[in-house]
Design a protein around this ligand. Sequence first.
Ligand code: FAD
Ligand code: EPU
Length: 346
Amino acid sequence: MNRGSHSSSYSILENASLRARNSFGVEARAAMLIDVRKTDALRELFGYAMLQRGPVLVLGEGSNVLFTRDWPGVVLSLANRGIDVLADDEGGLRVRVAAGEHWNDFVHWALAKGACGLENLALIPGTVGAAPIQNIGAYGAEVAEFIRAVEVWDRRSAQFVQLDAAQCAFAYRDSLFKREIERYLIVAVEFLVPRVQPLRLDYAGIREELAAMGVADPTPASVAEAVTRLRRRKLPDPGQLGNAGSFFKNPLVDAAFAASLRARHPGLPVWNAAAGQTKLSAAWLIEQAGCKGQRDGDAGISDQHALVLVNHGQASGAQLWAFAQGVRERVHERFGVELEPEPRIV
Ligand code: FAD
Ligand code: EPU
């Protein structure tokens, strides 16, 4: 491994700042930062002791990670690119997309090819390689619906392996990869994007946005545009105000507990979820607990959306995490509900 070196496959930087590589904009340093452009290099890289035995953190665009400290080992960023069409017929568009592609670029690439289904997932930040980690979802769709297989570097067997969708154990903001975060590096994702699929317009706000756009006969592209507009209005832009989108997951609780909460708080939004569970709105709980727009120094909750933890400027990751724990405690005291963070906390 040539330290401080550049090759066509990867480049290495020691004691690297990660401030520009996380959407909270907090400072943290990596003992070593490796940008990998060609995934074949992983065989060589994982032959070195520091990667074989030391802590390795895979970083995409850093839009779902909170660094509360420096990283003592290697931070590895997969910057491989490319979209290969594997098949294109009435069954849909089957494509293999490199992990380093930007998610929203892929959504728009698929729409331009006349495929549909991904429009509800427009403008979610991050890479294609990170999309399966928490099974990204929005506006009534989840990426798992479109994933056929995930190609990984398996650190345990030191091999490239392909996992089919069932093996990935996708669930709400969850997957095998999230549970075994040290083991798998996602190098590419194989998608099957339908050619024909009914539009999903039922998520709150989509129909109203289309109407405001003057669209009477929506297409996948106009739905993508409506979702994009809604997202820009609802969520703070990390380029202006550091954040990682929703900081907590919407809690899944059993139906009886949800019914008793609703009896006391009729305004609480709830949704039916898998396995007879009920999903509660974390944003509503946080707002009702009085935390929306609150701050302590530069760490706070957005005044635009109660589920978004924000860095008003110079907050450290540790300060943001301490603030988030205060929010969690207030929600627990008031409603008896435990909130679970969505981003990876380092
Ligand atoms: P990172 O933040 O770099 O990494 C996230 C996690 O994935 C880390 O644990 C990391 O180690 C791991 N990881 C990343 N790449 C790989 C890889 N190739 N192999 C193995 N592990 C990897 N998410 C939603 O689901 N829905 C939303 O609507 C949504 N809206 C958002 C809005 C904003 C403004 C922001 C800032 C974030 C939002 N998010 C949303 C969260 C975020 O966009 C997703 O989690 C996204 O998939 C993160 O991609 P990333 O490349 O930035 O991953
Ligand atoms: N609400 C409040 N106060 C607020 C904001 C929202 O009470 O400040 C209530 C409203 O009643 C609203 C409800 O919460 O109707 C739901 O709000 P929203 O539609 O914004 O969705 P969300 O549950 O807050 C989830 C995802 C988002 C995703 C949106 C749209 C999670 C944790 N978050 O947010 O994903 O974009 O739905 O589908 O599931 C992310 O994961 O980072 C993310 C942004």
